[in-house]
Design a binder for this molecule. Structure first.
Ligand code: AMP
Length: 295
């Protein structure tokens, strides 16, 4: 089956409607493009669990709180089409903000505020503090993608842990689609794959794996029986001291009962989360300390 490439969201919407009318189940993989092996794994899983897999590629300006990050975000439509075709995807589509939200743009080319969605409690704290407005932008476009493609299942990577909470919240409210959470794909030295890794300097690239090492040290402490949040947090933060990365947060949360602040109690399940900058490249990573799936 050759890959269908669409550059207009309205056409993608029609195409998906026809597939559903023909009785085929749809697995949606929302992305911002510059696809890597982690994205390809999501597409492959969506292909296996549905009749067809559909991939959206949209560098969503609504979720960028830094214009510099948006400007430098890598784009590679031809490469993305090749990756999706190789992973067995049936259709890939893209579009512009005004095409996703006809009549929704304000005078400056942004989205009128009444279109923006409340991302729910998973957006509070950590990423929500450091990237104001980010999750409202994520929720707004993801809901639009769900409405347009009406997938049976939608696939998201645990790398963006709070994003998973936000899209689960959206899907619970609408009773659809089923959200499938996928594990984090990494380089051999532990660095989580990210489209932004391409922008690391060689110094940044050599320091970046320290994030995963810190997460693993914290997991070793957990496996040794430590359940006190402040001890786990101290281990995580300590392991990132003296690293040439600018740490934004190194935090512990209960993945099943998300809180804006660090919970002041012992935990039965825990996720360790880090955001750090290597130069102007922002990296995030996390690890479920009990080795669970986040569900
Ligand atoms: P992005 O293009 O960064 O918006 O990512 C699109 C989807 O791929 C999101 O659900 C991400 O969580 C997921 N993803 C990105 N990087 C990875 C990775 N290293 N492993 C697994 N999933 C990932």
């Amino acid at each position: 089956m050759s890959l269908i490439r669409l550059t207009n969201p309205a056409e993608a919407q029609q195409w998906c409607a026809a597939e559903r009318a023909a009785g085929r189940s749809i697995g949606l993989v929302p992305t911002m493009g510059a696809l890597h092996r982690g994205h390809a794994a999501l597409v492959r899983q969506a292909t296996q669990e549905n009749d067809i897999a559909v991939v959206s590629v949209f560098v969503n300006p609504l979720q960028f709180n830094e214009s510099r990050d948006l400007k430098h975000y890598p784009r590679d439509w031809e490469g993305d089409c090749a990756s999706v075709a190789e992973a067995g995807g049936a259709m890939i589509f893209t579009g512009r903000l005004g095409e996703f939200f006809p009549g929704g743009l304000d005078g400056e080319g942004g989205l009128a505020p009444e279109f923006m969605l409340d991302p729910g409690p998973g957006a509070e704290g950590l990423e929500g503090d450091f990237r104001p407005g980010h999750f409202a932008g994520v929720a707004t476009i993801v809901q639009k993608l769900f409405q347009m493609t009406q997938p049976n299942r939608a696939y998201f990577g645990l790398k963006d842990f709070q994003q998973c909470l936000v899209v689960q919240h959206l899907a619970r409210k609408a009773d659809s689609p089923e959200i499938v959470l996928c594990g984090i794909f990494r380089e051999d030295d532990g660095l989580a794959l990210s489209s932004r890794n391409k922008r690391l300097t060689s110094k940044g690239r050599s320091e970046a794996p320290r994030i995963q090492q810190a997460l693993q040290e914290t997991q070793a402490l957990w496996r040794g029986g430590e359940r006190r949040v402040e001890k786990l947090q101290a281990c995580l933060a300590g392991a990132l001291e003296d690293v040439g990365l600018e740490v934004e947060y190194a935090a512990i949360r209960d993945p099943r009962a998300w809180t804006k602040s660090q919970p002041a109690r012992t935990l039965e399940v825990a996720v360790a989360l880090v955001a750090a900058r290597a130069g102007d490249v922002r990296l995030i990573d996390n690890l479920l300390l009990d080795g669970g799936t986040g569900e």
